[in-house]
Ligand binder design. Structure first.
Ligand code: SAM
Length: 224
């Protein structure tokens, strides 16, 4: 896939090896990563680092997530292709693209309008099926389209899970995946809803930029 005269194919294959080494074996997830050129989602100044397994800056003090973590989180969602998904934290749109290849319907929310616009532009050349973009506070979910089979939060939430996200989960096995913890580090947590019963399981430590909003961190707690 030549871009600006650079062929990233070998780098993508090497990244896929690292993703596999971190336990991602779901062939649909690996194929979605193979089909999604990460360099299209990274600012030009960082494009040469697009296939290194690291988070990178995308503006507004935010980051495109580490690709192996994107893959692990996607695998944990156990998507079959029929799901209605809500993503909170559009960022660059990279995770959005991967989700869209693996589900039936996707809504994505971002609090920074400029990032939403850039994500829309990043995603356009991929000609994916329709995606609903929402600018707003994802800690409130997006009630008009609820319930959701899956909700993925790609920013670090404080220890108390935002109640609107639990309320908007499909009671028939809906799953919420989010980094939960302090501002310094979080535990990747998956919550499954059956009727009114919630079951939580954790999957190791991670470090995300903060989830800022009514049911998240307060802006004045995390921004200067
Ligand atoms: N998944 C993204 C990607 O692949 O580029 C990376 C997301 S970045 C780690 C986290 C994003 O969550 C940031 O863009 C941030 O602005 C956004 N965010 C934080 N709090 C939010 C909120 N309450 N509602 C919506 N987006 C939020």
């Amino acid at each position: 896939m030549p871009a600006d005269g650079i062929d990233f194919t070998a780098q993508l294959e090497s990244l896929l090896e690292q993703v596999r080494a971190k336990g991602v074996r779901d062939s649909r997830v690996l194929e979605a990563i193979r089909q999604t050129p990460r360099h299209l989602f990274v600012p030009e100044s960082h494009r040469m680092y697009a296939y290194i397994d690291h988070a990178l800056p995308i503006g507004e003090g935010q980051t495109i997530s580490q690709p192996s973590l994107v893959a692990q989180m996607t695998q944990l969602l156990e998507l079959t292709g029929s799901e209605h998904v809500l993503e909170i934290g559009t960022g660059s749109g990279y995770q959005t693209a991967i989700l869209r290849r693996l589900c039936a319907r996707l809504t994505t929310i971002e609090r920074f309008p400029r990032l939403t616009l850039q994500a829309y532009r990043n995603l356009k050349p991929l000609n994916l099926p329709p995606i609903t973009f929402v600018i707003g506070d994802g800690t409130c979910g997006f009630p008009p389209y609820a319930p959701y089979d899956r909700i993925l939060v790609t920013a670090g939430a404080p220890p108390k899970i935002p109640q609107p996200l639990l309320d908007q989960l499909n009671p028939d096995g809906g799953t919420l995946l989010l980094p939960l913890g302090t501002r310094q580090y979080q535990l990747l947590t998956r919550v499954t809803k059956r009727g009114t019963r919630l079951r939580a399981k954790t999957f190791g430590e991670c470090m995300f930029v903060p989830l800022v909003g009514k049911y998240g961190w307060k802006a004045d707690e995390v921004e200067g």
